[in-house]
Design a protein around this ligand. Structure first.
Ligand code: HEM
Length: 440
């Protein structure tokens, strides 16, 4: 449209005549409602940029309220949360954020869901018992192999793309690993090779997506169950952070109650219930029992997280387990959701960061509650590789007077910018420390 066509009626609130007559800030009345019209770059910039947070609300008109409802529809948060945690791993590994509509991303999420559900089916047991009988037979295990082929194919293409790039400081896991392969070319015992790289990337997605997402789902469910605790977390967040800026990881030091609640979520949900099986590489003794070489061991992590000798109310949600009388965060050495020792979860720092940033941001922005006429929360779990909450809908009610944190649209968790004070790791640094762990 050319400038000549842009003819506005003089009574149109954005017509230049009105601004010329009444200045860059004037009021028009839309029925009984006054609307302040701002004109010109300087005034508009001052309003939208300098007063960005103050002006970040949107009026809810009666028509919109009736059309869409003030509170929003009940929803099952799981799908959104899994998407977020998978995007974090994608950003660390591939150096870019997946777009939600990318077909591979959709397939990856399905592959993770299917794979984790499959490991707890009878098919998996049958396959392990009679591999020769199942290898070439149809069945859900073939779907596993199909997903595996698709995911591996994608990772291979990503590796090729990385290799074609002009050399630069490694920015993501694949480029770090490729640099390490080159460095170790003359080392005859090096285990750095592309085949291992593909497998490690698969491990990071499998180990790092569902576990973190399931913990966050439990966090929201426990908050719905314990409204008073939810309210107390929100009070702490409001008092310490105000509404002025996005949550940062280093803020956790000033938010001991929020931290205690998150630790309690991890303890009670115990998402990796039985840990991962281990095998003795040499003969040893445990609790004076002989454990010959090759013995398979299953450390029952839930038994630690619910050990009545270590926790005051092991079966109840009680942030007091991580909270002392003076309001300080309390460390408990029986807090072992990530296991311990040589094969401890290598994502524990990343998880703490993700859980804190996502949980604090969600609770600052929304109040979580049951939908009206809901029959109540289902607190029993279903086992799908991890201990998952029953699929159920909850409501996220925008908190009044809550200003939208700036990072809400920006995917700050994944972009790796910014560094906290000593001891705090940005996502990039966490990923580099993951890499160091893999190297050792
Ligand atoms: C709430 C989230 C998580 C929990 C509760 C969790 C828990 C665990 C546990 C219990 C193990 C077994 C350790 C052992 O054998 O003693 C493990 C292993 C592992 N985790 Fe996690 N994890 C979480 C998130 C992550 C994330 C975000 C990543 C990746 C970035 C990850 C990657 C891995 C890998 C690769 C292993 C295998 C380590 C090895 O075999 O040496 N995990 N995790």
């Amino acid at each position: 449209m050319g400038p000549a066509e842009l003819s506005l009626q003089p009574w149109d609130p954005v017509s230049p005549q009105l601004a010329q007559a009444h200045g860059n800030v004037f009021t028009v009345w839309v029925g009984p409602t006054p609307v302040v019209v701002l004109s010109g770059f300087r005034v508009v910039k001052e309003a939208l940029v300098s007063n960005s947070e103050q002006l970040s609300g949107r009026p809810l008109t009666p028509l919109f309220r009736d059309l869409f409802g003030e509170r929003g529809r009940p929803f099952d948060p799981r799908v959104h949360i899994v998407t977020s945690t998978a995007r974090v791993i994608g950003a660390l590994v591939f150096g870019r954020c997946f777009l939600l509509e990318e077909p591979f991303f959709q397939e990856l999420i399905q592959a993770i869901d299917f794979g984790l559900a499959f490991v707890s089916t009878i098919w998996r047991r049958l396959y392990d018992l009679f591999p020769w009988a199942f290898r070439h037979r149809p069945g859900p295990h073939q779907e596993m192999f199909r997903y595996q082929k698709a995911v591996r194919g994608y990772i291979c293409r990503e590796i090729s793309r990385h290799k074609l790039r002009t050399p630069e400081a490694p920015k993501d896991f694949i480029s770090c690993y490729l640099a390490q392969i080159t460095k170790a070319t003359d080392d005859p015992v090096s285990t750095f090779n592309e085949e291992n790289l593909i497998q490690v990337v698969v491990d990071l997605f499998l180990g790092g997506t569902d576990t973190t997402a399931t913990t966050l789902c439990w966090a929201l469910i426990y908050m719905v169950q314990h409204g008073a605790i939810q309210e107390r977390v929100q009070r702490e967040l409001d008092e310490v952070l105000g509404t002025s800026r996005a949550v940062r990881y280093e803020d956790r030091k000033r938010l001991p109650y929020t931290r205690a609640v998150l630790h309690e979520v991890q303890r009670l949900s115990s998402v990796v219930t039985a840990g991962a099986v281990r095998q003795c590489v040499t003969s040893t003794r445990v609790h004076s029992h002989p454990m010959p070489k090759s013995t398979i061991i299953l450390p029952n992590l839930a038994s630690v997280l619910y050990d009545p000798e270590c926790w005051e109310t092991p079966q109840q949600f009680n942030p007091g387990h991580f909270w002392d009388k003076d309001g300080n965060f309390l460390v408990n050495e029986a807090f072992l959701p990530f296991s311990a020792g040589h094969r401890v979860c290598l994502g524990d720092q990343l998880v703490q960061m993700e859980l804190f940033l996502m949980f604090a941001t969600l609770l600052r922005t929304f109040w979580f509650q049951l939908p009206e006429r809901s029959p109540g929360l289902r607190l029993e779990y279903i086992f799908g590789g991890t201990r998952q909450p029953w699929p159920q809908k909850i409501c996220a009610v925008p908190r009044l007077n809550c200003l939208k944190p700036r990072s809400w649209r920006g995917g700050r968790v994944a972009n790796g910018r910014g560094r906290g004070r000593s001891g705090d790791l940005s996502p990039t640094e966490t990923f580099l420390s993951l890499f160091r762990l893999l190297k050792s």
